[in-house]
Design a protein around this ligand. Structure first.
Ligand SMILES: Cc1ncc(COP(=O)(O)O)c(C=O)c1O
Length: 414
């Protein structure tokens, strides 16, 4: 008997997002996402770390959570306690740390214990798409605070807090990426951090500090984390190994008071994040983190320089950007006539993938001519060729750039 295949369509839960698109490989010139530099993955040291830790402790894989419990592999949390003290000034214990499956899961857990539909949060006007999308999906009102070259503007934050208070709205948190902001690449100076903490305290609003790029600073100098400066329990700090070692490992973490961790553990229903990657990372990081990161950062800086040179060469003054203080992204402003949502489509057809600005901002109109380019993954040659291809597409679609190297370029057919 032949039967028709079961039709799942009428059985699907209501309110699902549209289906995912099938992955068809990476585009030729890949400037999207938060990928890292393949050349800089410390493969040999990771192999040695995996062999050492598995030989020594492999049998602990027999139990959920190894012998460390649900908060994550204890030697990794011990490494983080030392690292966070040394680099960010955070004083915490292993009990204050929850290891997560990437810091995206950390965002879900923090949102999960704090947010209800209809709530309000404050967020940098340009911000991480993953954070913005989550808020939209949760039905949370995200109030955008403008940035300048020193990150979130405190005058604007003060005004927004006062305005919300005037309307009897108490925001659930202030989400910030203060140390190498995504996408702008700014670092919030220490004085502004004090002011942010003061305002948060005055209005009784927690701070949600997302510090995942803090290791990738060109001069290696960072202000203390907001969590460290607060000396209080009102900052939830999240971090990640995605940018400093590898995003595919999917290891992030949350630093918070135990009573909040206890709440998050109660909604972290995956029976523990992947153990092998935590074991390998702990083994690797104890020996190599402090030498690996500066070498990675030097390489990233060189790629950024290649990208900025290529943009200057191909787009001339049509591409405006601030030299970011670290990280893996350049936030580029094109002339107002360019709609980067349309540019994105046309560029993709030519093998160039970029992140259109509106996906990275609460203010879609403001971000329309802006785009985010990730320079970590493509080779120097691909960066040059990709920017040249992008300039061709942009010129065809929008007549921009008009001139390169002071030579007028006519749009095709004109
Ligand atoms: C600001 C920010 N937070 C969190 C993440 C999530 O990173 P992961 O889940 O790989 O740790 C990213 C990734 O690009 C990011 O830019």
């Amino acid at each position: 008997m032949t039967t028709a295949p079961l039709d799942f369509a009428p059985l699907l839960a209501t309110g699902l997002p549209p289906p995912a698109v099938k992955w068809n490989g990476f585009p030729k010139y890949n400037f999207v996402g938060g990928h890292n530099d393949g050349e800089q993955v410390p493969v040999d040291a990771l192999v040695a770390a995996a062999t050492a830790v598995l030989t020594r402790e492999g049998r602990t894989l027999a139990t959920y959570g190894l012998e460390s419990g649900p908060q994550g592999y204890r030697p990794l949390r011990a490494f983080l306690v030392d690292k966070l003290k040394r680099d960010a000034g955070i004083a915490c214990t292993a009990d204050n740390i929850l290891v997560t499956s990437g810091s995206l899961q950390a965002l879900d857990l923090v949102n999960g214990i704090l947010l209800n539909r209809g709530d309000t949060v404050l967020i940098e006007k340009e911000s991480y798409q993953g954070a913005l999308n989550r808020l939209t999906k949760l039905g949370v009102n995200a109030v955008g605070i403008p940035l300048d070259q020193d990150g979130m503007r405190m005058d604007a934050l003060a005004a927004a807090l006062a305005d919300l208070k005037g309307r009897n709205i108490r925001p659930k948190y202030i989400y910030t990426i203060p140390t190498v902001q995504n996408p702008t690449g700014t670092i919030l100076p220490q004085a502004r951090r004090h002011e942010l903490l003061r305002l948060a305290q005055e209005y009784g609003v927690p701070i949600f500090e997302d510090d995942c790029y803090a290791d990738l600073i060109w001069d290696g100098k960072r202000p203390p984390a907001l969590h460290a400066m607060s000396g209080r329990r009102d900052v939830i700090h999240v971090g990640s190994f995605s940018k400093s070692v590898s995003p595919a490992l999917r290891v992030g973490y949350i630093v918070a008071e135990w009573d909040l961790i206890a709440r998050m553990l109660a909604i972290k229903t995956d029976a523990g994040s992947g153990a092998l990657e935590q074991m390998v990372l702990a083994e690797f990081c104890q020996q190599h983190f402090t030498t690996h990161v500066p070498a990675l950062t030097r390489g990233l800086r060189k790629k950024l320089e290649t990208l900025m040179e290529a943009l200057a060469e191909q787009f001339g003054t049509a591409a405006e950007f601030e030299d970011p203080k670290g990280g893996i992204f350049l936030w580029v402003k094109l002339p107002a006539s360019v709609d980067t949502m349309k540019l994105y489509q046309a560029a993709l057809a030519a093998g160039v993938a970029l992140n259109p600005g509106p996906e990275w901002s609460v203010d879609k109109g403001y971000a329309k001519p802006r785009m985010r380019l990730c320079f970590a993954n493509p080779s120097h040659e691909a960066i040059r060729a990709g920017v040249a291809a992008l300039a061709e597409v942009c010129r065809k679609e929008f007549g921009v750039p008009e001139r390169i190297a002071n030579v007028e370029r006519r749009a095709a057919g004109s």
